[in-house]
Design a protein around this ligand. Structure first.
Ligand SMILES: NC(=O)CCC(N)C(=O)O
Length: 226
């Protein structure tokens, strides 16, 4: 028996299909969830995919956090449900305060779309256990509101607790403080990052790299082979 991973679609979500595909390639069953769903259909984990939910109006993720499904996501996350927010999904996670900090416009004010090198700093989370700490991976990055910020105290706390899960390597593409590309909550079940692992899971497409697959095999191991 395999585990079921919910993939939420908000109006304006773009990457739900690729996320579901990555889940399937890893050997898990993707379960489509709609932003108006009032329950999570008993899934074992949830992915908030990338895109422009609600057109990024007000602030990216600011309206999605009020979608009915988010009530259950927040409740589940607090009880240990694994949740992964990718790009716009990370923006939603900061807006719901499941993860600290906020995403601002890139410091150069442009949308960027390219492959980006990252270092996996924390390989002990639900979504990164199939990587080695310190491992460098390259996956696509595509956003305009990708600049991670938080106050100094929060940044120091994240560093001290090992909660900076990913850091940009070689170049900081957007002015994110301390080169932060993604973070985790204290328990390691909620992870958010700006780059897109779900777009780098098959050798025949894109750059041919499969560096993003580890996110999905990590959760497979946690849920099925644990
Ligand atoms: N790829 C994405 O998820 C884009 C995210 C986004 N809303 C931004 O431009 O910042």
């Amino acid at each position: 028996m395999t585990a079921r991973v919910g993939v939420i679609t908000f109006p304006g979500t773009l990457d739900d299909r690729d996320s579901a595909r990555a889940v399937r390639i890893a050997g898990l069953e993707p379960v489509p969830l709609w932003h108006r769903d009032k329950d999570l259909k008993q899934v074992d984990a949830v992915i908030l995919p990338g895109g422009f939910s609600y057109g990024d109006y007000l602030r990216a993720g600011a309206i999605s956090r009020f979608s009915p499904v988010m009530e259950k996501v927040v409740e589940g996350a607090r009880e240990g449900l694994p949740v992964l927010g990718i790009c716009n999904g990370f923006q939603v996670l900061t807006e719901t305060h499941l993860l600290p900090g906020a995403m601002l416009r890139n410091n150069h004010l442009h949308f960027i779309c390219r492959d980006q090198k990252l270092r996996v700093e924390n390989a002990d989370t639900a979504w990164t256990s199939d990587y080695e700490a310190g491992q460098e991976i390259s996956v696509p990055l595509k956003n305009i509101d990708g600049r991670y910020v938080a106050d100094e105290r929060t940044l120091d706390m994240l560093e001290a607790e090992g909660r900076v899960a990913f850091r940009y390597v070689d170049v900081n593409p957007n002015g994110s403080l301390r080169d932060i590309a993604g973070i985790t909550n204290e328990a390691g079940n909620v992870v958010g990052l700006m780059p897109h692992p779900e777009h780098a899971v098959e050798p025949l497409v894109g750059t041919g790299r499969t560096d993003g697959l580890g996110f999905f095999t990590s959760i497979l191991k946690k849920l099925v082979n644990a």
